[in-house]
Write a protein that binds this ligand. Structure first.
Ligand SMILES: NC(=O)c1ccc[n+]([C@@H]2O[C@H](COP(=O)([O-])OP(=O)(O)OC[C@H]3O[C@@H](n4cnc5c(N)ncnc54)[C@H](O)[C@@H]3O)[C@@H](O)[C@H]2O)c1
Ligand SMILES: CC(C)[C@@H](O)CC[C@@H](C)[C@H]1CC[C@H]2[C@@H]3[C@H](O)C=C4C[C@@H](O)CC[C@]4(C)[C@H]3CC[C@]12C
Length: 369
């Protein structure tokens, strides 16, 4: 066993380390990566909770920065052995312009790649998304597919388009020579809909239900399966893939892996009720209460209102044409590629994932009262 000084020798950088997923990746690294000497957390918005991490044996370096600024990224990457790039603009609600989404998700990823090449960082893990595959603009279902399932990945929306381009750039960069002459080794992880402690959309849906007297109204047929994965398991997969990428570059370099666990296949709304129900909410209707054409009309009306009101205020409801299409299209994965390539097994069972999420929501509820 190498002595502790030799064991703790690696510098990791997590971009977006203060986000919903990023925070779980940061905490998982500190718990599960024994070779960590320094953990750099790069984010546009640093969280106050970072201070509590600075009391441990690992040097935790918080870096406030913008991935769209190449020089800031290069300064943060310089000297890192591994970069986990989770930073991104996750917007399907029309909050940011298409240009801004592209600038952050695509140009920001280009800046991370070039920083690795210029400074000699050899390992890069990118947080991609299921949306790189689908649902496509034709609404084709993807039923329990895997990384090799044929599917017409056609996108028009800025967010999935930006994620698809960024993933492509990361995978194409695999094998490029970095400073010092060694090859850059990259891979991309594709989470489906992540849930768990800190999930803002779940929080928004909960408060929407409270405003409606503890009721949510079914809009999507229960038969439409939507892939979900617990944030702790996604974080664990990031830590494991970053470790094993160093051991098996030939096998794992340039590969994509769906993030998966034992979370059940359910509709988006029914799945959410696994957590919202124990918090006192009720989903009204065993089938959609409104016909789909009326939902499409209301979604289009929301999009029109957003456009009309934009000069005055940001109106960004959950229901818009894109989110309705997404929720209404089956997209689930069934794969074991991560297990076959780098021995991934979920760290948290479905029961643990569910319990942890419910506890978070109940704590959020009690603090809100
Ligand atoms: N939430 C999901 O269901 C889901 C599913 C699949 C993939 N993903 C991907 O996971 C990653 C993290 O998503 P999330 O849900 O945690 O989102 P999030 O918004 O909670 O976190 C994103 C983080 O990136 C930071 N960031 C944004 N723009 C930045 C910039 N210009 N420079 C530096 N930092 C910047 C934000 O401050 C935030 O802390 C994203 O790349 C997203 O596409 C998310
Ligand atoms: C208003 C109803 C129709 C309601 O059911 C809408 C739900 C809608 C807000 C969500 C349905 C599917 C979600 C997306 C999915 O889980 C995967 C995603 C990929 C990830 O990279 C980012 C988040 C998201 C786009 C996620 C966003 C919320 C939904 C659209």
């Amino acid at each position: 066993m190498a002595d502790s000084a030799q064991a703790q020798k690696l510098v990791y950088l997590v971009t977006g380390g203060c986000g919903f997923l990023g925070e779980h990746v940061v905490r998982m690294l500190l718990q599960q990566e024994p070779r960590l000497r320094e953990l750099r957390i790069f984010d546009l918005h640093l969280g106050p909770w970072l201070e509590e991490l600075k009391t441990g044996p690992v040097q935790v370096t918080a870096i406030q920065g913008d991935v769209t600024q190449a020089h800031e990224v290069a300064a943060a990457v310089a000297g890192a052995h591994v970069v986990i790039h989770t930073a991104g603009l996750v917007d399907v609600f029309g909050r940011a312009s298409p240009e801004t989404i592209h600038e952050v998700n695509v140009q920001g990823t280009k800046n991370v790649i070039e920083a690795c090449v210029q400074t000699g960082t050899q390992f890069l893990v990118y947080t991609s998304s299921m949306e790189v595959v689908g649902p496509n603009i034709k609404g084709h279902p993807f039923y329990r597919g895997n990384e090799d399932t044929p599917y017409e990945a056609v996108h028009r929306h800025p967010y999935p388009s930006s994620k698809a381009r960024a993933e492509q750039l990361v995978l194409e960069a695999n094998g490029r020579k970095v400073r010092g002459g060694l090859p850059l080794v990259t891979c991309a992880l594709r989470p489906t809909g992540i849930y768990g402690e800190g999930h803002q959309i779940m929080r928004d849906i909960y408060y929407q239900g409270l405003r409606l007297g503890g009721r949510l109204f079914r809009a999507i047929p229960a038969s439409v399966e939507h892939g979900r994965v617990y944030v702790g398991n996604v974080a664990w997969m990031h830590v494991l893939v970053a470790r094993e990428l160093q051991q098996r570059p030939a096998l794992m370099g340039g590969q994509v892996y769906f993030c998966y666990d034992k979370s059940p296949y359910k509709s988006y709304e029914d799945f959410n009720m696994e957590f919202l129900g124990p918090c006192g909410l009720r989903l009204v209707g065993t089938r959609p209460l409104l016909p789909y054409w009326l939902l499409m009309f209301l979604a289009a009306l929301n999009a029109l209102l957003q456009w009309l009101l934009r000069p005055l205020l940001l109106y960004a409801p959950l229901l818009n044409p894109y989110t309705l299409a997404m929720a209404n299209t089956t997209f689930t994965v069934s794969t074991n590629k991560a297990q076959r390539h780098f021995g991934y097994e979920p760290l948290f069972s479905w029961e643990e994932s569910r319990t942890r999420t419910i506890r978070w929501m109940q704590a959020m509820d009690s603090s809100a009262q």
